[in-house]
Design a protein. Sequence first.
Length: 306
Amino acid sequence: MPWPFSESIKKRACRYLLHRYLGNFLQEKLSLDQLSLDLYQGTGSLAQVPLDTWSLNDLLETADAPFEVITGFIQTISLTVPWAALLQENCALEVKGLEMVLRPRPRMSGIEPMCWSSFMTSSMQLAKECLSQKLTDDLGESFQPFEGLEKFAETIETLRRVRVTFVDTVLRIEHIPENSKTGIALEIRIGIVYCDETGDDSSSVNVHQPTTFAHKNVQMEGITVLWDEFSDVSCGSKPSSTLTETEPKLSPSWNPKIICEPHPQFTEPVTSTTTFQPVQVGSLSGKIELSLTLKNNLALPGAKVN
């Protein structure tokens, strides 16, 4: 089924959804105009994207997570939108080269987790916000009143079903003991395939309120765990000065030659500033599948996550 709206609506919907779900976690604002030109053909990409640690830490603090993000970076973000068969196929989002460094922080109690608040908004509310938001185009085209808000909300509901793939993901958890110049780190390298499924099996979609339950399917493979010890500050000692003038000479012909041969296990001399590569301590082969059921309506009894 072809897309039933104008090209302006296509651009407006994609830019709004990308900004809503990705824009808050990026250090720099998205170049939406340039990205929309790629999305017009069905694909778009961003390269060398630094993450906004303030927004990520705010989200982790709200969720009462025991970690804080020190640095974060994404190599490329690619998005594919099947305009010709949008109602039959899901959008595909690939995040390649995600690297995050986390450190423990004191836990704060008494805060209600709100991680899923932005995803519990109804499609009808998203459609109203998207159509009412004032976005300026380079061509200077003005937005005309749009009828069929519910139909547009149904289309946004299909856009929200996105298949997300994480490739070459590195999560590094560091800890530096107090009054110590060295720290330890646990590094997790993993490829994640995340599939966002529909909330209900029924064919009818209620766009006025979010679904009661959201079903998520997570597939993980290629998990490797590494252990690392690093130096927080440069603590290498300077080479000692020449002592030929202060050392007594036993004889004018005394000229010893000291030959140092490296150990067969080392290819170069080990000094105090030598850095070691992380050591692999474990791995998980095969594929791990995890099915989650998230309760969107917190007023209902039962666990939030099953």
